[in-house]
Every structure is written in C-alpha cells, then in structure tokens.
Design a binder for this molecule. Structure first.
Ligand code: SAH
Ligand code: SF4
Length: 344
C-alpha cells in the first residue's frame, strides 16, 4: 500500500479495511486509532502511546491527519466563540461554538461560501468557492472540541454553505461523528439546516442516521420566497412541503422551520396567516428570528410587528419561539458568516 490517505476522511469500515486488509493488523487497531483521533483529539501519531513505534511511523507515512488550522478566534460578550479556519489549499471558513448553560453546540460549515445567493444572507452574497471534503467537515468539529477541552454536545450544519449541495460529504461526516467507535455523537444531537433543496431532503429520508432537520423558510408563498431565495424558483413551496412530508413519515420527527423577521418584507399579519396555513398538517416548530441586519436594504422587524405576527401563530396553534441570537457582536450569528474574513 503506497497511497497516502486523508485520515479524517475515512469511515470506521474504511479504517478496518485498510488496516486489516492491507497492513494485516488485528481488528482492535482501528478502534485504538479512532479513539485517539475522535475521542482524545490527538492528531499526532507520536502521541499514540499504545501503538508501537514502528506502527506509528508507518501510520504517519500512510494516513495523514490534517485538521483545519485555527488562524483566528473571537469571543462574543455572551461567550460564543467564532473561529476562522484555514484549509490546506488556503481557503478559509468560519465555524462557531455556542454555549447555553452546560451545553455547547458546534455550528459548522459545509461549503466555502454558498452558491444559492439568498438576498438577505452575508454568506450568500459573498460568493462561492467549493464544497468541503469529509475531512474538512469532521475536522472543524474536532479542532473546536480540542480547543474547548470538553465534549461538545451538539452539531448543527448552519454555518456557511448549503449542506444539500454537498450531501455525500455531509452524510459521510455525520456517519463518522455518529459512529460509536469514532465520535459517538447521537443522531438526535445532529441537525441539518437546508434552504429547501428537495433532492437532499429525500436523500435524508433514506439516510441511516436519523438526524434532525431545519428548514430556512422565511416566506410563506412562492412569489415572495422566490424573490428572497432563488432556490425557490427551482424547488417551489409545494415540492418542498411534499418532500418534507416524506421525510416526516419516515423519520417521525418534528421539523423546525426558521423564519427571519425582516421589517415590512415578510412580517405582516397576512403573512402570518399564510405561514400557519402552509404548516397546517405537518409537525412543525417555528423559530422566529429577528433579522440580523447584514444587508443594507433590509432591517429587523420592530418588536411590535414581531408580537403581532406571533399572536396570529398562537391563535392558529402553531408552536413557535422567538429566538434571541448569540454572537451578533462578533458577526457569528446566523447569516453573518462571510466567505472571506476581514483580517482586522
Ligand atoms: N444554507 C443552509 C444552512 C445555513 S444556516 C440554510 O440556509 O438553511 C444559516 C441560517 O441563517 C439560515 O436559516 C439562514 O436563512 C439564516 N440567515 C441568513 N441570513 C440571516 C440574517 N441576516 N439574519 C438572520 N438569519 C439569517
Ligand atoms: Fe446559502 Fe443558506 Fe445563506 Fe441561503 S441562507 S445563501 S442557502 S447559506
């Protein structure tokens, strides 16, 4: 075997296949290595003390461990940490670690930028370079966990990019994080957020790890949604809701809908009625999110408009909460991540 492997891109089965099949090692070796990498966050074979020196040397030659490198870290007033990570080709991404009481959530990216161009989103307007590899997806989580020094409890694919424009790598990353021999993070602690890419939702309904799903809805009718989110021109609300019903039938999961409140754009009482009608019959939970003003032409709805909107949802028995976001002062909140971060 003289191919060099990107260690963080390997599945548990992949490790076993290579170590047993090609290096003729006993089965427990893959378990040991995965434990070092995924549980102890040791990325240097020299520190893997229960492996012989000879084996460590061989592993170092054949399986490179190259997690993204933290090149900048910012901490918000509420404790939210934002990391600027550099990838091997020089591209940069942002990942966020959010703390709530004793729990922590890693918000990770699936792409460098995003090609979907939602009109209200900083990631969307700064363009797109490429999708992330499995190794880069898993690596973001591991470097943040190593830096944190404690277990991170949840992971959400709510950073830069559209996870369902990079479905295969996102799913492989989830398999690694979820595998009991690797990071052993429970499916209920993993969540994907999509802008409504229908084929990805169908793939998720057939995916073996029953992760949670959030949908960035932001408008209750096609005319407005297509204006705000070009992805809606390809996948209409009707096709989106049909796909979500399939996912829900198979996963039996309530779906979270994200709805940002943009002043006088999508926050009228009429739109609240439309939203309630759209969600009628589907197990839904709505997160009402005051807009983070990152684009000049949009402003956050007033508290009064948010209240009025919510009173309609209450009346129509839609479950919701108004979310107050974390990390806004360091641009770490939803929609504030940019493709290239300013070197200030
Ligand atoms: N592409 C996926 C994953 C990114 S998640 C998706 O869109 O779902 C990022 C979340 O932040 C999405 O719900 C997005 O709609 C929301 N968002 C984008 N810009 C925002 C802003 N300026 N204020 C608040 N939320 C925003
Ligand atoms: Fe991309 Fe999501 Fe931002 Fe839309 S909201 S541009 S899909 S990251």
């Amino acid at each position: 075997m003289n191919v060099i492997h990107d260690a963080l891109s390997l599945s548990y089965e992949g490790w076993n296949k290579l170590l047993i099949g090609e290096l003729e090692l006993p089965r427990f070796r893959a378990d040991q290595i995965c434990q070092w990498i995924y549980q102890k966050k040791v990325f240097d074979y020299a520190e893997m003390t229960n492996l012989s020196k000879e084996l460590r040397e061989k592993l170092r030659e054949l399986f490179t461990i190259i997690p993204p490198m933290i090149i900048k870290e910012q901490v918000s007033r509420d404790g939210t940490q934002k990391f600027l990570l550099q990838l091997t080709d020089g591209e940069k991404i942002e990942s966020v670690l959010i703390h709530h009481g004793n729990h922590s959530t890693a918000c990770i990216s699936s792409q460098v930028g995003c090609q979907l161009g939602c009109s209200f989103c900083a990631t969307g307007i700064t363009g797109f370079s490429r999708s992330l590899s499995v190794s880069e997806i898993v690596g973001q989580f591991l470097v943040m966990e190593k830096r944190f020094g404690k277990d991170i409890n949840n992971v959400v694919f709510m950073g830069m990019g559209e996870p369902f424009c990079n479905t295969d790598n996102v799913f492989s990353g989830i398999l690694a994080l979820n595998n009991p021999k690797m990071r052993n993070l429970g499916a209920r602690h993993i969540s994907i957020s999509t802008s409504g890419v229908v084929p990805g939702i169908i793939d998720l309904s057939n995916f073996e790890v029953p992760v949670r799903l959030s949908v960035s809805l932001h408008a209750p009718n096609d005319a407005l949604r297509s204006k705000l989110m070009p992805v809606n021109r390809k996948y209409s609300l009707e096709s989106l809701m049909d796909a979500l019903k399939i996912y829900q039938e198979r996963a039996g999961e309530r779906i979270t809908f994200e709805y940002i409140m943009i002043d006088k754009v999508n926050d009228s009482v009429g739109e609240a009625y439309e939203l309630a009608t759209l969600l009628n019959g589907i197990g839904a939970y709505v997160n009402i999110i005051p807009y983070n003003p990152v684009i000049e032409k949009y402003e956050r709805s007033s508290d009064a408009r948010i209240k009025e909107f919510c009173s309609v949802l209450s009346k129509l028995h839609i479950e919701f909460e108004v979310r107050h976001e974390k990390g806004t002062d360091i641009d770490a909140a939803c929609g504030q991540l940019r493709k290239t971060m300013h070197n200030d």
